[in-house]
Write a protein that binds this ligand. Sequence first.
Ligand SMILES: C[S@@+](CC[C@H](N)C(=O)[O-])C[C@H]1O[C@@H](n2cnc3c(N)ncnc32)[C@H](O)[C@@H]1O
Length: 317
Amino acid sequence: MTLPLNQVLLGDCLEVLKTIPDNTIDVCFADPPFNLDKKYTRYSDQRSLEDYLAWCEKWLLELVRVTKPTGSILVHNIPRWLTYYATILNKHAHFRHWIAWDAMSAPLGKTLLPAHYGILFYSKQAKGTKFYEIRAPHKKCRVCDSYLKDYGGKKDQMHPFGTLVSDVWTDIHRIRHAKRRDEHPCQLPIHLLERLILMTTDVGDVVLDPFLGTGTTAIAAKQLQRHYVCIDLDPMYEQIAKDKLAKIEEPTLYHGYAVSMFLGKIQSIRDCDAAQLFPKQLTSVEKKREKKVKQAAQASNGHIAQLTLPEMIPPAV
Ligand SMILES: C[S@@+](CC[C@H](N)C(=O)[O-])C[C@H]1O[C@@H](n2cnc3c(N)ncnc32)[C@H](O)[C@@H]1O
């Protein structure tokens, strides 16, 4: 059975998932309805607790089934539902991370203000999972352009591009401007998906999303030169997604590397790619050593020029 690559499939995800063979997808991402009575056009977003959780268990198990042994399962939701998802996934996959995505939502009254969504990151198997560390730009003050973090006397040891991304994401914002939104109650930002895809896949891999909405995951996959298999129940969202996908002509490349860009700047890049594009700068200690090597070489008319740095000068302790 072949995979329906690079297609937006209209239908109930449980039905469509049945047609996807076992162990064929590199990463599954799911952003299901949150059962918070959101105004969707095609179904009720207010099920009983038992009904909602029984339904979630069905598609979660399908996602585990279709994921390759090297692949990952990512699920986005509010913390309340993720606690239930974790008890299901713990039986069938391997916990990697709970990513806290710092994104404010509405005050509910008599609770702490909900200020993050969670993204559960599970791998299908305990070992051999495809995973890439991600770098994001150093945070800077918008007005004065200075670094927000105090690197003290260690500035020359800073990575020339940015920092390694942790499991708390504060640098990706929800879509606020109406002009960037579609007719959808909970559309995710494309660069959130791009970061997740860069982290878990290579160019040419396959990304599956059973709740596509207006196309976020498929667009991110296409821009990063990955394949997608995406599903949504609602023909209106399906059409919006297809229209947006048709407009993407070029992948998002920076000197040949697939990266996530936002407002003309790199937002996320794999650490291995950053190592090629932004080579490590010498620290002040290394610069001093290099200078001494050059001076010594000059003083001896180049006779010791072939000596390597460690042979010349013992490392500083
Ligand atoms: C939270 S939204 C996903 C939003 C999406 N991540 C985006 O950025 O646009 C959930 C989506 O799941 C779809 N949906 C709900 N039940 C479904 C089902 N049984 N099968 C497939 N899609 C479904 C809804 O139409 C809705 O677009």
